[in-house]
Design a protein around this ligand. Structure first.
Ligand SMILES: *Cc1c(COP(=O)(O)O)cnc(C)c1O
Length: 373
């Protein structure tokens, strides 16, 4: 199966091989050495700066989201949630479940969050924490994170960034942007198996730990730090997933984040231009397209479900819409190992069969964009 969903993603053979290594204990010196290397890699991945807490929680990306919210704010703190799709709404659900004191600022699905609207919201009251989804996977929109982070910094609040669809597929610098907490999921742009939520908490963000937080246990980052920094027991971590994550991080950083960004961007353009010729249309606003998730409406006369099923029968797995895009779009992943020309050759071969059109694979290859030097 060619896995072109926006997570999970195909995994590299070296990452697959890491999963087959012999089992070790979570406090085994070899595991702890892997953890130290993972922390070093996460520093580079997030541009987290000195004194940051770097770790990978055992759980999916959503645990990274929940931990950010509950460790950076207490129940009485004012929190501003910026929302333009399903993953922003998930933050609202979490804040609601914990009885947090939150305000929601929404943009239309398909549109980015407007920094001007954020500025106005910040001028109306004092917030302790502001949260943003960098790349909204449900709609394929990228939000202007750097601009918004600058406004939040001026306001004095902590800033949390969901970097699930951007970290490892573009250069990020929490220090330069002014991000206090960023997280991802191992199965997205890193192309490791699902099961870990890598994150970085800035030195400034750490000052909140143990002081202002919503009570919890498993996602209490002071406990996570006991394992990752003091190398003591907190919980039994998924050691084989650590081995796989280390390998995936090493491969990503060896290739280089700027190069990975260009790889996704080029392929996105190449895929979209042929899809547009076939009558598909991009869902996301042209100025805010997230290059790791291509959301397209099907051509007239086709439903997304019949195209998706036809592709699946031919060995290509893509996703349909979720939340605001449910039933309306196809979502194609260009994260990590899915952003490879060979996979999209297979996609267009299968799509040609589904739609009864010849020569799509060739037409796709003709559109290859030269790599920047
Ligand atoms: C996938 C995703 C998540 C949640 O990750 P899970 O691993 O599914 O829990 C959060 N935010 C964004 C933007 C995502 O794409």
């Amino acid at each position: 199966m060619v896995l072109l969903t926006p997570g999970p993603t195909p995994i590299h053979p070296l990452v697959q091989a890491a999963l087959a290594r012999p089992m070790r204990g979570h406090l085994d010196p070899e595991t702890l050495a892997t953890n130290r290397r993972i922390r070093g890699y996460l520093e580079a991945l997030f541009g987290a700066g000195e004194g940051a807490l770097l770790a990978a929680m055992p759980g999916s990306g959503s645990l990274g989201m929940e931990a950010g919210l509950t460790n950076l704010a207490s129940q009485g703190d004012a929190v501003l949630l910026l929302v333009n799709g399903t993953f922003g709404e998930r933050m609202v659900e979490i804040a609601h479940a914990y009885g947090m004191h939150y305000t929601v600022l929404r943009a239309e699905p398909g549109q980015p969050i407007d920094p001007q609207a954020v500025q106005e919201a910040l001028s109306r009251r004092q917030y302790q924490l502001v949260t943003l989804v960098h790349g909204e996977t449900s709609t394929g929109v990228i939000n202007p994170a750097a601009e918004i982070a600058a406004l939040v910094r001026e306001h004095g609040a902590y800033f949390m960034l969901d970097a699930v669809t951007t970290a490892a597929m573009m250069p990020l610098s929490m220090v330069e942007m002014g991000v206090d907490y960023a997280f991802t999921g191992s199965q997205k742009c890193l192309s490791a198996p699902p099961g870990l939520a890598p994150f970085a908490l800035s030195r400034r963000g750490r000052e909140r730990l143990g002081k202002a937080h919503v009570p919890g246990w498993y996602s209490d980052l002071t406990r996570v730090a006991v394992y990752w920094e003091q190398e003591g027991y907190f919980c039994t971590s998924p050691v084989l997933l650590h081995f796989a994550l280390e390998e995936a991080l090493r491969l990503a950083l060896e290739e280089g984040l700027e190069k990975r960004y260009q790889r996704a961007r080029r392929l996105y353009g190449q895929v979209l231009s042929l899809l547009e010729e076939l009558g598909f249309s991009a869902y996301a606003a042209p100025e805010a397209r997230l290059h790791t998730v291509l959301t397209v409406r099907p051509p007239q006369g086709w439903s997304e479900a019949e195209i998706r099923k036809g592709l699946y029968q031919r060995g290509v797995s893509v996703a349909g819409g979720i939340g605001p895009t449910a039933g309306k779009v196809l979502r194609l992943g260009l994260m990590g190992e899915s952003a490879r020309e060979e996979h999209y050759r297979a996609f267009f071969r299968a799509l040609g069969e589904v739609m009864g059109k010849d020569g799509l694979e060739e037409a796709f290859l003709e559109r290859a964009q030269p790599a920047a030097v």
